[in-house]
Design a protein around this ligand. Structure first.
Ligand SMILES: [Mn+2]
Length: 315
């Protein structure tokens, strides 16, 4: 039997250590099927800093998560051993070293088949997480939720930033370029060339406007067609949500998804071959009343639920 979260009927939710969903720590169990891990790193940001405080904020905002997920009809913490693996100690003064640390730690954590849901941190960390995923599974399909493309080339001459991880990932061959999709993009670009280059890398785009005009079911169909049965990694920049739903982030853009739309799309991923995921760019200094933290914690909970369903043979 998996070790579950602290019993909220005996110990109030607001008391005690804030592990994700009040789950046990990795060192308190023999092995883990699914681990939440934080990467408190934001040295790759181009605008507002502060996502280094994302992991602790999302944990603190996850105290109210309950053990049964009715939307997916699964009790994720009973179907699989889910743990909080703490934080990866990424060097804040050396991006290259931080990338190496994240990749090595992700490989270490997944050595026994554990699936990771990583809480950022800025989006730079998706690159080493994808490198680690590709080492385990070969080039992976990617569903990328974000206001931005994150396939830019360099910024101030820097190759590794939170605006460039997916371009680097394509160049490095860690992505399956037949099965790449952005969801929720919007806002001004530098020029049309941004979109042309992005298309050349193989990305399909479901814009924020598409989600509104076509609706969740059609969007889910499009994503599923693109991904098929391939091993798929889901990377969620919380700025995919409208600033009304997630003000606590580094590069907000108007006209985004609601948290309901994002959760509904994710719930359409039952049966996909999900191998890992991240939720990044939560910057609590700009948050109000834990809006962003709660949204991110629920998104992570649904990702854990999807992974637990696969583990438990339900999907
Ligand atoms: Mn991003």
């Amino acid at each position: 039997m998996p070790v579950g979260p602290v019993d909220a009927s005996k110990n109030p939710r607001y008391a005690g250590f804030a592990t994700f969903a009040r789950l046990p720590r990795l060192d308190q169990v023999e092995r883990a099927d699914i681990a939440i891990v934080g990467v408190p790193f934001d040295t790759g940001v181009s605008y507002r800093p502060g996502a280094r405080f994302g992991p602790s904020h999302v944990r603190e905002s996850s105290r109210l998560l309950r053990p049964y997920n009715p939307a997916l009809d699964v009790s994720p913490f009973a179907a699989a051993q889910v743990v909080d693996a703490g934080d990866i100690a990424a060097n804040p003064f050396n991006i290259n070293e931080a990338l190496e640390t994240v990749q090595a730690s992700a490989l270490d954590l997944t050595a026994g088949g554990t699936r990771l849901v990583t809480i950022g941190g800025d989006h730079t960390i998706a690159l080493p997480l994808l490198r680690a995923a590709a080492e385990r599974h070969g080039p992976v399909a990617l569903v990328h939720f974000d206001a931005h493309l994150d396939t830019w080339d360099t910024y101030f001459g820097a190759e590794y930033t939170h605006g460039t991880p997916f371009r680097r990932a394509v160049e490095e061959g860690v992505l399956d370029t037949e099965a790449l999709c952005h969801v929720g993009t919007r806002g001004p670009l530098y020029g049309k060339k941004d979109l042309e280059e992005d298309r050349r890398f193989g990305f399909g785009i479901v814009t924020s406007s598409d989600v509104f005009r076509q609706g969740v079911d059609e969007v889910v169909d499009k994503i599923r067609q693109r991904v098929g049965n391939r091993p798929v990694y889901v990377s969620i920049d919380i700025d995919v949500l409208d600033p009304a739903h997630a003000p606590g982030t580094g590069t907000p853009e108007a006209g985004g998804l609601t948290s309901r739309e994002l959760l509904e799309i994710l719930r359409g991923f039952v049966g996909l071959n999900l191998i890992g995921a991240d939720v990044v760019e939560v910057a609590p200094a700009y948050d109000h009343a834990e809006l962003t933290g709660v949204a991110a914690s629920h998104v992570a909970y649904d990702l854990v639920s999807l992974l637990a369903m696969r583990h438990g043979g339900q999907a």
